[in-house]
Design a protein around this ligand. Structure first.
Ligand code: HPA
Ligand code: ZN
Length: 336
């Protein structure tokens, strides 16, 4: 019964990497289109390689797969496939990330990447009524100087973006490394979000809040190691975009029942559940919700809170947020 409610509730996805939605079959189709040789014999063999010990072992395969994305049409197709897929999960609003440097570093023009992604989002919106905001991320394993150059290349497309993010290898690359470029981003009128507290400690969440003035923390689960921080996050309603299946697949937690999502919700934190990189981690948005529902024994009020948090934590205008909150309450009332 609660499964039905999880599916029926309107939901927003706030933590999703478009390159991380590449299904192995699409990797092979695009490799054929562009005459790229892959080191795997088949899509099934590639899918079997999706077994990771940590974040880095995943990122190595994730960047390799993204190498087949070459032109605007590829980015459009990738993005639309994601919109088509999540329409089935009751997702009404999405705020995906993309990694411009992964592509510009291979010689793909920024315009092809951005126009392709925006074209896919617009077509998905028209087809399914899913609204969207878009967030380019800096790769934190590269230098701040490279992030600054990327920001300059992004400026012509700024009207498409609601924020700028920070992702890739957290270990050894603390948020403070990028305080200068995030100050530039804020001066241009965009806010920052940052991956923090996934593999890094709770102190990296504080650092992202203080040095980047991040308005939302991606993952953020390791805040539970600092009870004062949990209280502060709850008091300020700072959104944490957790990704439960990702955390288990990347060995942040040994099993789903160890995941702190329920604890965070009970502590009043604005936590959400998201998919991160669905084919790599074994599920899209609803799969994440259902896995938490079962393994963490969530109750009806947790599901309602997760749905509300996803809109509250979004970059939608207040009026739109209020409309979705009301809709969540209506669906919850009709599903006993
Ligand atoms: N963490 C950091 N970088 C990433 C992730 C993640 O979970 N997914 C894609 N890039
Ligand atoms: Zn992520």
């Amino acid at each position: 019964m609660l499964e039905k409610l999880a599916s029926a509730l309107p939901k927003a996805e706030l933590h999703l990497h478009l390159e991380g939605t590449l299904e192995p079959e699409m990797v092979f189709a695009l490799a054929k289109k562009h005459n790229v040789r892959l080191r795997f014999p088949s899509a099934a063999a590639l899918r079997e390689a999706y077994q990771f010990q940590d974040l880095q072992s995943f990122l190595d395969l994730y960047y390799e797969g993204a190498g087949v994305l070459r032109d605007e049409e590829d980015f459009h197709q990738l993005t639309l496939a994601y919109m088509d897929r999540v329409a089935r999960d009751g997702v009404c609003h999405v705020e995906p990330f993309f990694d411009p440097q992964t592509h510009t570093g291979r010689g793909v023009a920024m315009r092809e990447v951005v126009e392709g992604v925006v074209g896919g989002l617009r077509e998905g919106e028209k087809k399914h009524g899913i609204s969207w905001r878009l967030i380019p991320c800096f790769l934190r394993h590269l230098s701040e100087e490279e992030a600054r150059k990327t920001w300059r290349d992004l400026i012509p497309f700024q009207k498409y973006f609601s924020a700028v993010g920070l992702d890739s290898s957290e270990k050894g690359n603390p948020p403070g490394k990028f305080s200068g470029v995030f100050a530039e981003v804020r001066a241009a009128g965009l806010c920052g979000v940052a991956h923090a507290g996934e593999e890094g400690p709770a102190s990296s969440i504080r650092e992202a809040l203080e040095k980047l003035q991040a308005v939302r923390i991606d993952h953020g689960v390791r805040c539970v190691e600092d009870p004062d921080l949990v209280r502060e996050l709850a008091k300020k309603r700072i959104p944490l975009t957790t990704c439960p299946l990702s955390n288990v697949r990347l060995c942040v937690y040994e099993k789903m029942s160890d995941h702190p999502l329920k604890k965070l919700l009970d502590a009043g934190v604005n936590a959400t559940a998201n998919s991160d990189d669905p084919p790599f981690f074994g599920g899209y948005l609803l799969d994440n919700w259902l896995s938490c529902l079962r393994e963490l024994s969530l109750e009806k009020h947790h599901l309602v809170q997760l749905a509300k948090n996803s809109f509250e934590g979004s970059f939608l205008p207040e009026k739109e947020k209020a409309k979705w909150m009301e809709k969540v309450d209506q669906v919850a009332a009709s599903c006993v």
